[in-house]
Design a binder for this molecule. Structure first.
Ligand code: DX5
Ligand code: ZN
Length: 216
């Protein structure tokens, strides 16, 4: 089953609650939540208080993408704020296996994320431990960028590893995914699709409906 995970980074924050309700009513089941610290990535977005505040207004599955240095320092806080899945960057963690174990011990799903320059092979040692691999299809830090299509080769490589080892690991893509290229991401083997600007710009309900049609 393919899943759409709308990224609230592209939402209108003065109407955040309403817009989350709109993606939920349109049939989305996940919500992608981008946390940026201004250190691991150049930009700063939001953190735990926003997550705990929106948690009370929706039943969506909170797919939290941590673009922060030293994710190990904040895992309990994100779990307590309402994350269902915590994705952290392989490049940002001193001991990725320990981060994964901590996330699991908090009762949450764990995901590992790689930037465009990080090879697919880098996730191999963690593949059996995680619920999801997130393959960035843009440089993390900003919404609204164009997809780097060469990143889809890494999705193909990781899909092959998952099949070969008969795992159930989800493969997520994030960055520059739109209605007109989502088919390429699915063909490459992604099954969880993040989209920010292509969901929140324009008619949200119509955008979610169109994505869900492509994903079915
Ligand atoms: C980028 C974020 C993305 C971003 C995607 O660093 O991780 O989740 O919100 O936005 P679009 O879909 O507009 O590229
Ligand atoms: Zn993201």
């Amino acid at each position: 089953m393919n899943i759409l995970s709308p990224s609230i980074l592209a939402a209108d924050f003065k109407r955040l609650g309403e817009q989350i309700k709109e993606v939920e009513d349109a049939g989305a089941s996940y919500l992608h939540i981008d946390v940026m610290d201004g250190v691991f990535v150049p930009s700063i977005s939001f953190g735990m208080p926003v997550i705990s505040s929106i948690r009370s207004g929706t039943d969506l599955f909170f797919d939290v993408h941590l673009m922060i240095q030293n994710p190990q320092w904040y895992l309990k806080e994100f779990a307590d704020a309402g994350a269902d899945l915590i994705n952290f960057h392989l490049e940002a963690a001193e001991n990725p296996a320990a981060v994964i174990r901590t996330v699991k011990s908090l009762g949450k799903k764990a995901g590992i994320t790689i930037k465009p320059a990080t090879p697919a092979e880098a996730v191999r040692p963690y593949l059996k431990m995680v619920d999801m691999v997130l393959v960035m299809t843009v440089e993390p830090g900003f919404g609204g960028q164009a997809i780097l299509p060469e990143c889809l080769d890494k999705v193909r490589a990781i899909r092959a590893m998952v099949e070969e080892q008969r795992l159930k690991t989800a493969i997520q893509v994030d960055g520059g995914i739109r209605i007109d290229n989502v088919g390429q991401a699915l063909d490459a083997g992604a099954n969880v699709i993040v989209s920010g600007s292509a969901v929140f710009r324009g008619n949200i309900t119509a955008n979610v409906t169109e994505f869900l049609k492509k994903l079915s």
